[in-house]
Design a binder for this molecule. Structure first.
Ligand SMILES: Cc1ncc(COP(=O)(O)O)c(C=O)c1O
Length: 436
């Protein structure tokens, strides 16, 4: 049984004749019968072409922190659009947005805007390589840092049984078309395993330019770092002169105004931000400490982009950050997130289904497993079929998380107590059906 109603199916067929697979990203294709076509979003809800309403926990893979179509952000963007948006010169809006960013994330001494998280991580890696004069990059199994070649290894979705041993993990290319030479420049390590990281740095620390880490695994259920883990990564980078990059594309402006560095009390050298800083508009940033980012100023390290700092993105960022800085959205998200997390946990216990909620009130995952996952390798013990059946049941009942459990649920300030109640009811009913 597919998810498409008659009008949605018609639009999808039409879409396929012009858009490959009817989508603009591989990650949006759910199969020919299940890929939805969306008409519009409003607050915490989205509507497909048949007018079906869904309570949205995908939130565009995370960015929609205030809710779809937030009026204040839309007004700021409309005003910017009317003034012209791309000048090949700096604008006052761009400066105001950068100031708001630096006020919100106090460890940041400066930044450059770009449009996507992919660009941000690509530039951060180039900076780190230039700054250290080294070429190796370390990333974590199950982490995703965008679609460019440097980091598309052992990302979430990779077959766990092909990751190699814990002591010498195999970097698995996630796509054809990535040169073998790039693979020789990447090292992958399981998350929450400090010993494995120490071993790697003992062997090759003098060659490692940067360690790039999602401080909580935003692309694997929202798995949290264990106590002292991020501090350990910080120490290892310091001992070996490597740059610590926090990829805060998902956590930034979501775990709180100061992002993961504030939430966990660990400061990186560089940070990459996108998603929640613009409530869905394309805006991103590479931010950091002067000692490193000033390498751009000398002109020796290139950062560029025709649309970097464009009026739409920076107007959205300034308006979004201003609203987030009031603290009100986080209070609402915390209430919704904690109620959902404990409600789902209660239902799992009632139904006698082994499972765990992992993550943070702003984004969390549901793992149908005996033990809570600590790293991507633990995906092998997750009952993904059960999760898939439950989510299909929920979508049929008007609730829309992503259909695979590696992607967390995202919470917005627009989710209401009624949305939460309907979601818990749909979860309970769908779990009962799925158990049968
Ligand atoms: C942690 C992280 N980094 C980078 C990216 C890439 O961002 P974008 O899709 O804007 O290129 C993503 C996207 O989901 C992400 O989750």
């Amino acid at each position: 049984m597919g998810l498409q109603g008659p009008k949605t199916a018609k639009w999808f067929e039409r879409g396929k004749s012009a858009l490959v697979d009817g989508v603009s990203s591989n990650y949006r294709y759910w199969g020919d019968d299940d890929t939805l076509v969306i008409d519009r979003g409003d607050g915490a809800h989205v509507y497909d072409m048949d007018g079906n309403r869904y309570i949205d926990y995908q939130l565009g893979f995370g960015p929609i922190i205030l809710g779809h179509g937030d009026a204040a952000v839309a007004a700021a963007v409309a005003e910017a659009a009317a003034d012209g948006v791309t000048f090949a010169m700096t604008t006052a809006r761009e400066i105001e947005a950068a100031e708001a960013f630096c006020d919100a994330v106090p460890w940041v001494e400066g930044l450059r805007f770009t449009n996507t998280g992919t660009e941000a991580t690509m530039h951060a890696i180039r900076l780190a390589r230039a700054h250290t004069g080294r070429e190796l990059i370390v990333k974590f199994e199950g982490a995703y840092h965008g679609a460019h070649d440097y980091v598309l290894f052992s990302v979430s979705g990779a077959p766990v049984d092909s990751l190699g041993s814990r002591r010498s993990p195999v970097p698995l290319q996630d796509s054809s078309g990535i040169p073998e030479a790039i693979r020789s420049l990447i090292r992958v390590v399981p998350f929450n395993d400090l010993e494995a990281m120490e071993q790697l740095f003992r062997r090759e620390g003098h060659l490692i330019a940067a360690m790039i880490v999602e401080p909580m695994l935003g692309n694997f259920m929202g798995v949290m770092p264990e106590d002292g883990y991020l501090e350990g990564l910080r120490r290892i980078c310091d001992e070996h002169g490597s740059v610590l990059i926090f990829d805060e594309v998902k956590t930034g402006f979501r775990m709180g105004l100061g992002g993961a560095s504030e939430a966990f009390g660990v400061v990186p050298d560089l940070g990459t931000f996108a998603k929640s800083m613009g409530n869905g508009f394309p805006v991103a940033a590479i931010a950091g400490r002067n000692e490193i980012i000033q390498d751009w100023a000398a002109g020796g390290v290139l950062q560029a982009g025709t649309y970097s700092g464009n009026g739409i993105g920076v107007a959205a960022a300034k308006a979004t950050i201003d609203i987030l800085a009031t603290g009100e959205p986080y209070a609402a998200i915390e209430k919704t997130g904690t109620t959902l997390m404990s409600g789902i946990e209660g239902i799992l216990a009632e139904e006698g289904v082994p499972g765990h909620i992992v993550g943070h009130w702003s984004m969390f995952g549901i793992s149908f497993s005996e033990e809570a996952p600590r790293q991507y390798r633990d995906y092998a013990n997750v009952d993904e079929d059960l999760y898939g059946r439950v989510i299909l049941g929920m979508i049929g009942r008007g609730v829309l998380p992503v259909d695979d459990s590696s992607e967390p649920w995202f919470i917005s300030a627009a989710h209401s107590a009624e949305d939460v109640a309907l979601t818990l009811e749909a979860f309970g009913d769908s779990l009962q059906d799925a158990k049968k």
